[in-house]
Write a protein that binds this ligand. Structure first.
Ligand SMILES: *Cc1c(COP(=O)(O)O)cnc(C)c1O
Length: 430
């Protein structure tokens, strides 16, 4: 399968090249040239298959070239070790995606990408240096996935004072090939340093640089597998689904739309945003207007110009008229996030993290028909990652998730840096 750039459809590369480059050189995003539905027998017999089998069938068309079926299956087995659990609350199923090493859904895509690069890297003689700017969850998931991997070095740039205490531990306690850079600036400064490095020929001729955000097809596409896994786990009574997704850069939801194009039956997509409302505004007005991001309780979704918007639009049918047939958006403000956490706890003794709470609230704004369609809410993080907010909403602290307990005991180490490019460049060249 070839991948084209959304800025120039005639520019096409292999999966391997697209993973290596992340963003296309012309600034576009890579998209598969074709997404063909899997045979209907695949979907009708899905409950007789394993998670690994269905993931292999879904990913093989995209990554099967230049990789044996066995190698791909090996990658998928590792990814499927992260359990996907359905929890039913009333007429909604939460799809818990947070049982990986950093307790956020990003572990799934990050692990796939790490294993894929491990397979590709066998043919390389030069170290690959992955740069990640993070405002929280991405850095940790990437660090966990790449830790100890030969031939790959990871540098994570994060803003001083801009991540939670737990998140900082998840960035700084790895050692070995994982390096944390604490930038005396904002997340935007971190992102600018990374972008400048990618466009600096002196640096790119000296080292092989790559990125690991949700732009990268190696992280983005595999996220489609858990949508089908959730469907597989549903009891047989319903044939279709309505799916609510807490959105930031829209990587998760657009991966779900890939699963839909492969044949997953979806009635409607519910785009759930926090006060950063560009996606719901687009869906209701047809105007896409990037904004500066504002801080909310669901901080991993504080995005003012979602990088995967183009993918979401193409997969939704390219024009607003088509897209709005398939999807609707809801804005969930901080107060409603708090209320959702409180209500769900009172009614079901279940703890929603602030991101999942936007999905929950968004689903409850949906007014479509209730029959036939199963309602799924993508649950993106474990509540104990957001301890302060949980205490604020509920008045008590929550039991830390298993991997968080351990990491909290470990000493962190990092390199402090000013947000000026010369210092970062020296680091990269050293
Ligand atoms: C990254 C993240 C999101 C947003 O996902 P996108 O793919 O950027 O839309 C939602 N919730 C959590 C917990 C996250 O870490």
């Amino acid at each position: 399968m070839k991948f084209y750039s959304t800025s120039d459809p005639t520019h096409q590369v292999s999966a391997r090249e697209a993973v290596r480059l992340g963003l296309a050189p012309d600034g576009g995003l890579y998209m598969p040239v074709q997404i063909s539905p899997l045979p209907s027998s695949f979907w009708s017999s899905i409950r007789a298959r394993s998670y690994e089998e269905l993931a292999l069938e879904m990913m093989h068309p995209f990554f099967g070239e230049g990789l044996s079926r066995e190698s791909l299956y090996g990658i998928i087995q590792k990814v499927c070790q992260i359990p996907i659990r359905l929890v039913r609350l009333g007429d909604v199923h939460l799809v818990e995606l947070f049982h990986g090493p950093t307790h956020a859904f990003k572990d799934v895509g990050a692990r796939f990408m790490a294993e894929l690069l491990r397979a590709y890297q066998e043919y390389e003689d030069m170290e690959l240096h992955i740069l990640v700017a993070t405002s929280g969850d991405t850095g940790g998931a990437v660090a966990a996935a790449f830790h100890g991997q030969e031939g790959i070095r990871v540098s994570i740039l994060y803003p001083l004072g801009g991540v939670s205490a737990v998140q900082e531990k998840q960035l700084t306690t790895w050692g070995d090939n994982i390096h944390a850079l604490r930038i005396n600036g904002s997340f935007d400064d971190c992102q600018r340093l990374v972008k400048t490095a990618f466009s600096d020929p002196v640096v790119t001729n000296h080292t092989r640089l790559s990125s690991a955000n949700s732009i990268n097809i190696g992280r983005w596409l595999p996220q489609s597998i858990y949508y089908s896994e959730a469907y597989r786990q549903l009891s047989t009574e319903s044939q279709t689904t309505t799916i609510a997704v807490p959105c930031g850069n829209a990587g998760n939801i657009s991966a779900g739309m890939v699963a839909e194009q492969l044949g997953l039956p979806v009635d409607r997509w519910i785009v759930c945003s926090n006060a950063n409302d560009v996606l719901p505004t687009y869906l209701s007005t047809g105007h896409y207007q990037p904004k500066r991001s504002i801080r909310t309780l669901a901080n991993a979704m504080d995005v003012g110009d979602p990088s995967n918007f183009v993918r979401m639009k193409i997969l939704g049918g390219s024009t607003w008229n088509h897209v709005k047939e398939r999807m609707e958006g809801h804005v969930v403000h901080d107060e409603e996030i708090i209320h959702s956490i409180q209500d769900t706890y009172q009614q079901y003794q279940y703890l929603l993290d602030p991101h999942t709470a936007t999905g929950w609230a968004g689903m409850h704004h949906f007014e479509g028909s209730r029959n036939r369609s199963s309602r799924l809410v993508m649950s993106t993080a474990h509540p104990s990652k957001f301890e302060e907010i949980m205490v604020r909403a509920l008045g008590f602290s929550t039991e830390p998730a298993p991997h968080l307990k351990r990491v909290q005991q470990l000493p962190g180490s990092w390199i402090s840096m000013e947000p000026t490019y010369p210092q970062f460049r020296e680091y990269l060249m050293g």
